[in-house]
Design a protein around this ligand. Structure first.
Ligand code: HEM
Length: 514
C-alpha cells in the first residue's frame, strides 16, 4: 500500500522524536559505512594499492595491530613475505621490505639519481622524551648530529681500549659467580639469561654512571632494571595508540599524566646517578663514558637534561641487546654441538689462561666471530620494527616509488630467515660467512644489519661486538655447558620491543679450575 505523503511525518519531526538508541544506531551505521567505504578505497584506489599483500591488511590495520599486541609480529610478517614476496603492504599505509637494498634506501643514504628524498624516522612512533630533552635516539637531525659527534669518539676503538678494564672486571666476575655457585652445588643449573643481564647491566652502570649496579654480586635484578623489562610489553601495546590520532589525543588527556609520572620516576634513577657521576668530575685515568665525553672540546655541548636522557637510553640500549645476543648465541651453540665443539676448541687451543683473553685477542678469533654473526642472524636482538616515514616527495625503495606518508619497515627476523636471502635459513651455520664457501655464495649477506644502517645506526656496535665476544669466550673457555631439557624450546618466544626471553637453563661443568 502506497503511503500518502501528506500523512508521512515530517523529517524534522522524525529527528525530534528519535530516541537515544535510534541515534546510536544511525551513528554506528554511518561509522560502519564510512569504515567500509574507506577500506574499499584503500584496497582499490589508494596509491599503495599497486603493492602486493593481502586485501585484509590493505583494508584495515587490525591484523597488524593484533600481531603486535600478541607479540607475534615477527612470525606474522615472515609468513606474509613468504606468500607475497619481498615487499608486502602490511597495513593500509605501511610497507614491509625484506630485500637487502631496502636497508640502504629506507635507513641509509638512499640510491643516487632516484626520485624522492631520504625517509626520516617515524617520529610519532618513537614517542616523546618525558623530560622534553630527546636522547640521541629520539633527536631530530640537527640535535642528532650534535650529540652523535659528541658521543662518537667516546665509542671509538681507542676509547673502548680505555674501557677494557671495566669489561674484563665484570666478565671475570661472571665467571667467578658461576664457580662459586658450582662450589656450593656441583649439580646446580644456571639461568644464563639472568647472568648475562647482570653482567651487561653491571658493565654499563659502571661505564655510564661510574658505579656498578651490583647485580652480579647480589644475584638479583636492581628494582629499576626489572621495571625496564616489565615496561617493554606495556610500552609496545600502549604504543598502538600512535596508530590512531584520535586515540592518541584521548590517551594524552586520560592516561599520560599517570604514565609520565611513572616514566619520570624511572628517569630519576638516571638523574640521581648522573648527579653523583658529575660530582666526581673528570678522572685523570679516563675509562667511563662521561670522562670521554667531557674531555672533548665539544663535550659540554649537551644540556644536563640531555645527559640524563642519554644515560637512561644507553643503560637500556647497551645492555638488554648484548645480553639478548649472548643468550641467543649460547642457546644456538648448545643446540648445535658440532659448532660448540669447534668454537670451544678454538678458544682452548689459543689461550693458555683465561687471563690472556683480552678484547683484542678474542677479536682475532675467526670462528668465534663467525659464530656471533650467525647468532645475530637467527636471533637479532632488536625484535621490534624501526619504522621510517616517507617525506612529502616520497622515496624510491628497491627501485619502486613509494608515495609520501608511507611507513616503511625492514623486519629483521623475517629478513634474516627468508629463503630469498639465505640458503638453509633456519639452520645455524657460522661457516656461511666464510667468503670462499661456495655453498652459501648465493646468500645475500648484506641483508644482515642487526645494528641498522646509515647515520642513525647503532652507536655502540663496536662496543657490543667486544662485549659479546668477551663474554662468550670466557664462559666457553672455562666451562662445559649443556642445555637443560626445560630449555630445549627456548627460542619459541614472543617479541614486543624486545624478545620475551624465558630462563635459559644450563647445566655447567668446570673445565679449567680457577
Ligand atoms: C648486540 C647489541 C646491540 C644491537 C643489536 C643494537 C642495535 C641497535 C639498533 C638496530 C639501533 C637503531 C635503532 C633505531 O633506528 O631505532 C641502535 C641504536 C643505538 N644503539 Fe645499539 N645495539 C646494540 C648494542 C648497543 C650498545 C652496547 C650501546 C651502547 C652502549 C648501544 C647504543 C645505541 C645508541 C646510543 C643508539 C642510537 C644511535 C643514534 O640514534 O644515533 N647499542 N642499536
Amino acid at each position: 500500500m502506497a503511503t500518502n505523503p501528506e500523512n508521512a511525518p515530517a523529517f524534522s519531526q522524525i529527528i525530534r522524536n528519535a530516541s537515544l538508541l535510534q541515534w546510536a544506531i544511525v551513528l554506528l551505521t554511518f561509522l560502519i559505512a564510512r569504515w567500509i567505504a574507506r577500506g574499499i578505497y584503500r584496497v582499490q584506489f589508494h596509491p599503495l594499492s599497486k603493492f602486493p599483500g593481502p586485501k585484509y591488511t590493505a583494508f584495515t590495520r587490525i591484523p597488524h595491530l593484533s600481531a603486535l599486541f600478541t607479540g607475534t609480529f615477527y612470525r606474522w610478517v615472515a609468513k606474509l613475505h613468504e606468500e607475497y614476496g619481498e615487499v608486502v603492504r602490511i597495513s593500509p599505509d605501511e610497507l614491509s621490505f625484506i630485500n637487502p637494498q631496502a636497508w640502504n634506501d629506507a635507513y641509509g643514504h638512499g640510491t643516487k639519481g632516484t626520485k624522492g628524498s631520504r625517509p626520516t624516522k617515524h617520529w610519532v612512533r618513537y614517542g616523546k622524551a618525558v623530560n622534553n630533552a630527546p636522547s640521541i635516539l629520539q633527536a631530530h637531525d640537527v640535535d642528532h648530529r650534535r650529540m652523535r659527534s659528541i658521543f662518537t669518539s667516546a665509542f671509538s676503538d681507542r676509547a673502548l681500549k680505555e674501557m677494557e678494564p671495566v669489561f674484563l672486571k665484570y666478565v671475570d666476575q661472571l665467571v667467578s659467580v658461576i664457580r662459586t655457585g658450582l662450589s656450593k652445588d656441583p649439580e646446580r643449573k644456571f639461568d644464563m639469561v639472568r647472568l648475562y643481564n647482570f653482567t651487561a647491566f653491571d658493565v654499563m652502570g659502571d661505564l655510564t654512571y661510574g658505579e656498578s649496579l651490583d647485580m652480579l654480586n647480589n644475584s638479583e635484578y636492581a628494582p629499576w632494571v626489572s621495571q625496564v623489562f616489565g615496561g617493554m610489553k606495556g610500552a609496545t601495546r600502549l604504543g598502538m595508540v600512535h596508530f590512531y590520532p584520535i586515540l592518541r589525543h584521548i590517551f594524552k588527556i586520560v592516561a599520560s599524566p599517570y604514565i609520565n609520572k611513572k616514566r619520570l620516576e624511572h628517569l630519576q634513577h638516571s638523574v640521581d646517578r648522573v648527579d653523583r657521576r658529575l660530582k666526581k668530575g673528570i678522572s685523570t685515568e679516563g675509562g667511563d663514558l662521561w670522562d670521554l665525553v667531557m674531555k672533548q672540546p665539544g663535550g659540554k655541548g649537551m644540556s644536563r637534561a640531555e645527559m640524563d636522557s642519554n644515560s637512561s637510553l644507553i643503560m637500556i640500549a647497551g645492555t638488554e641487546t648484548s645480553a639478548t645476543a649472548t643468550s641467543g648465541l649460547t642457546y644456538l651453540l648448545l643446540k648445535n654441538p658440532d659448532k660448540l665443539k669447534k668454537v670451544t676448541e678454538e678458544l682452548r687451543s689459543t689461550f693458555a689462561r683465561s687471563a690472556d683473553m683480552t678484547m683484542e685477542a678474542v677479536a682475532a678469533l675467526p670462528y668465534l666471530n663467525l659464530c656471533v654473526k650467525e647468532g645475530l642472524r637467527l636471533y637479532p636482538p632488536v625484535a621490534g620494527a624501526m619504522p621510517r616515514l616517507t617525506q612529502a616527495d616520497g622515496a624510491a625503495i628497491c627501485g619502486e616509488f613509494v608515495p609520501p606518508g608511507t611507513t616503511l619497515t625492514v623486519p629483521q627476523h623475517a629478513t634474516y630467515t627468508s629463503e630469498r636471502n639465505f640458503k638453509d635459513p633456519l639452520e645455524y651455520i657460522p661457516e656461511r660467512w666464510i667468503p670462499s664457501n661456495e655453498r652459501y655464495a648465493s646468500d645475500r649477506k648484506e641483508a644482515l644489519q642487526p645494528f641498522s644502517k646509515g647515520s642513525r645506526d647503532c652507536l655502540g656496535k663496536n662496543m657490543a661486538w667486544h662485549e659479546m665476544r668477551l663474554i662468550m669466550a670466557k664462559v666457553l673457555y672455562n666451562f662445559d655447558l649443556t642445555l637443560c631439557p626445560e630449555s630445549e624450546a627456548w627460542s619459541k618466544q614472543k617479541a614486543y620491543l624486545i624478545w620475551e626471553k624465558p630462563p635459559l637453563m644450563v647445566q655447567v661443568k668446570t673445565y679449567y679450575p680457577a
